[in-house]
Every structure is written in C-alpha cells, then in structure tokens.
Design a protein around this ligand. Structure first.
Ligand code: 3BY
Ligand code: FES
Ligand code: FE
Length: 423
C-alpha cells in the first residue's frame, strides 16, 4: 500500500472504532509500524534476572534488527546492534548466554563490554579500530524491567515513567527474583490485535475461566445501567474493598492508586487491584504460588499490581511472583508473545512452588487470548469487516491504544512532510 493511501487511512480513523482492515494485514503498514512504532519508542524486551551476572547476555529480535543486551563488570546494562563491524556477521546467536568479550566467530574481531573493537587481526597498521565499535542502542531498566529504544534520539519521557513506576515496582524487588519459566507463543494475528485484546476484560467472563477466578468481575467494567442491575450492595462492597485495601497497602509503603499516562509518547498505566477469595495471586486457588514472598513482604495479600505500556507490554506484580509479557511483531498476521514468570531467587522448585501451579492461569489465559486474536485476524480479513464500535465502559483502554498508535503515525507523517518541504 502506498504511503499516501496509508496517510488517508490514518486521517480518517474514527475514534472509539476498531481500525480499518489494512492496519491488521498490510505488509507496508507493518513495515511502517516497525519503523515508526518499534523503531522510535521504548520497547519492553526482558527482565534483569535474565542477566544477573557480569558477562550475561540476552538477544532480542525486533523486526529485522537483532539486539544484544549485556551486563558489564560494573553491573550496568548495555545494548548493541548484534552485528559485527567487519563483514556483518551476527555476533551472538543464542537468546541467552554468558561471554567474556564479544568475539565474532567469523574472523575473530573482538569487542569489549563497551562495544569498543579491541582486536582485529590482519588489518594492517593504518587501520583505525576506534571507528569500528559496535553500534549502541538506548537501554533503560525500570526496577528491573528492561526497555530498549532503537532510535537515535530516544523519547525522553521514559524518565517520567520511571519516576512514577519505580515506587510501585521497587517493593517487589525484581533484582532478587529468578526466572522460573518462559513461554513463547506465536499468535496468528497482527500485533495490534494482541495489544487491543490485552487492553480490555470485556472478553474475560466468556473466555477466561481460570483468570476470572482471581480477578473480580467488577474490575471488568460495566455500564452504569448494568451496574444498577447487579446487586448494588455487591458493587458498594467492592468499591469499599478497593478503598480499604488501597489505604492498607499505601500505609505499608505500597503505592496503589491508578496512574494513567496513556497519552504520553512513552504511554503507560498502572493500578494495584484486590484479587478475589484468598486475594494473594493469579492462581486457581488464589493463594500464593510460591512460599518465598518477594522483597520484604510478610503479607501475601497484596492483590495484583498491573502495569501496561505502549506499545508492547503488560506486567502483573504480586506478593509471591511476577509475570511479564512482551509483544513483538513477526509478520502482518504473526506476533510473538513472550511470557516470563519470576519468583524469589531463593525459592526452590517443587519445594516452594511448582511450575504447573505457578504458570497454569496465564498459560491457559494466553492460549485463550491467542485463539481470540486468531479469530479477530480472520474476521478483519473478511469482505464484510468494517470498523466496529468500542464500549465506553469496558474498552476505553483499547481506544487509548489505537488513539496513541494513530497519533504516532500522524506525527510521523507531519514530520516527514515538513522534512520533504524543507529540502
Ligand atoms: O492482562 C491483562 O492486563 C488483561 C486484563 C485481564 C485480561 N487481559 C489479558
Ligand atoms: Fe565478524 Fe569478520 S564478520 S570478524
Ligand atoms: Fe484475555
């Protein structure tokens, strides 16, 4: 699809309606998404416990770009394009490994942890190694959640997100967690359908029998008249529970109130919500999955702190474990959802937790969501498809996501037009 046609689609997007079909299927729009959204914004790619020691390294593929993320001797995290500056061989081929220097397997060019080229044989005395260091990538850890940005100038408002989020996340002490399990699910749908699906719980009651055990139905969002029909004392009770829990959690140093900055360039939202029954965790019995609580927690009943970011992540922090989700486009109709479960680093599998109990609710929920995304993708490709209306009550955050996305494309077209005009 030609750029001017994409611009027309962007310009005529109707608020509170799903996007037009090409946004979910067109290769040129995906290429634009990779350039403008994934190439210019802060992308959630992993967690610090994946690289706990100096020399530990992970790689991530964002569209055509392979990035390596490395922990240095000073315990700082660096990120580089995973491409040798000699003839371009990919440097690290594994998702996760431990290295000394970064040594290219092809002809042995060797880089230190700062990406400086320190060894290149047979290049002669006139060869300037200092011009051939690895290309660096912006990286920022927020309380152990690793975000990278491929742009030359990364959006500065990540600092605002860090300032707001660190007090919410820090008590869960992600640095002292270990990865208990990772799942990689390939959804047969466009990445925006994956994100839209995540931004609402309209579909939860009908599709997530496991997730709806710990989640309260009142968190799903009802219209005022529907709320009138529900037992009004139940609604009042839930509102009171949130108020009481927030007061109790805030008093022990756990910020809990909703923060909504979904219209920022580095857009995000957070909130701590009570969970049902035992109120401890995203498990089938709603009790902690791991006996070793995180950080300094002594109380397991801390509900679930959710953190959602544009364009590609969401996270649930509980007293006993953390689940993080990273969404990466693979093709117009294929999306990788990488889910990582973390528990306290001293928790022992089969003594303090079992993987089955820890991962069950979200494994099931992910499968159910993948199936819904598949159906949404198929439907969006049908001749009968036209953008349909979002509910103001249960889908405001789907709208917030689409609105954010469309604004990013608008900004892109405005700056490229200004750029062309100035030439
Ligand atoms: O994980 C989430 O944040 C949302 C809310 C519940 C359903 N959905 C997957
Ligand atoms: Fe890396 Fe030749 S391509 S050393
Ligand atoms: Fe879902």
């Amino acid at each position: 699809m030609h750029s001017s046609d994409i611009q027309k689609l962007v310009a005529r997007r109707q608020t509170f309606k799903s996007l037009e079909a090409p946004f979910y299927s067109d290769q040129d729009i995906l290429d634009l998404d990779m350039e403008v959204i994934f190439g210019q914004h802060w992308i959630f790619v992993g967690v610090e416990p994946e690289l706990p020691e100096p020399g530990d390294c992970i790689t991530v593929e964002i569209g055509g770009a392979s990035i390596l993320i490395l922990r240095g001797d000073d315990m700082g995290i660096r990120a580089f394009h995973n491409v040798c500056r000699h003839r371009g061989a990919k440097l690290i081929d594994e998702r996760q490994t431990t290295i000394g220097n970064i040594v290219c397997r092809y002809h042995g060019w060797t880089y230190n942890e700062d990406g400086d080229l320190i060894l290149a044989e047979h290049m002669g005395s006139g060869f300037d190694k200092s011009c051939h260091g690895l290309k660096s990538v912006h990286v920022r850890s927020i309380a152990g959640l690793i975000f990278i940005c491929l742009a030359k100038d990364a959006p500065a408002d990540i600092e605002e997100m860090a300032k707001v989020m660190e007090p919410y996340l820090a008590p869960h002490d992600l640095a002292n967690c270990k990865v208990a399990h990772v799942s990689e699910l390939i959804e047969e749908g466009n990445w925006k359908l994956t994100m839209e699906n995540n931004r609402e719980c309209y579909h939860c009651e009908g599709n997530h029998p496991q997730l709806t055990v710990p989640l309260s139905e009142f968190g799903f969002g009802f219209s005022p008249d529907e709320l009138d029909q529900r037992r009004s004392e139940d609604v009042a009770k839930y509102t009171q529970t949130i108020a009481n829990d927030h007061a109790r959690w805030e008093a022990c140093g756990l910020p809990s109130a909703e923060q909504d900055q979904l219209s920022s360039v580095t857009g995000f939202r957070t909130m701590r919500l009570p969970l049902m029954r035992e109120g401890e965790s995203h498990t089938l019995d709603t009790k902690s999955a791991s006996k070793k609580l995180l950080g300094d927690f002594t109380d397991a009943k801390l509900g679930g702190l959710s953190f959602w970011t544009h364009p590609n992540s969401w996270h649930h922090f509980m007293a006993d474990h953390v689940v993080t989700f990273s969404v990466l486009p693979l093709a117009p109709n294929k999306t990788l959802v990488r889910t990582t479960w973390l528990v306290h680093k001293d928790a022992h599998e089969n003594e303090d937790y079992t993987l089955d109990n820890l991962t069950h609710v979200w494994n099931m929920t992910n499968q159910q969501d993948a199936d819904l995304v598949r159906l949404a993708q198929i439907g969006s490709e049908q001749p009968a498809y036209e953008p349909g209306p979002y509910s103001k009550f249960t889908e405001p955050h789907v709208e917030a996501f689409c609105d954010w996305y469309i604004k990013r494309l608008e900004d892109h077209f405005a700056t490229t037009k200004a750029g062309i005009a100035a030439e």
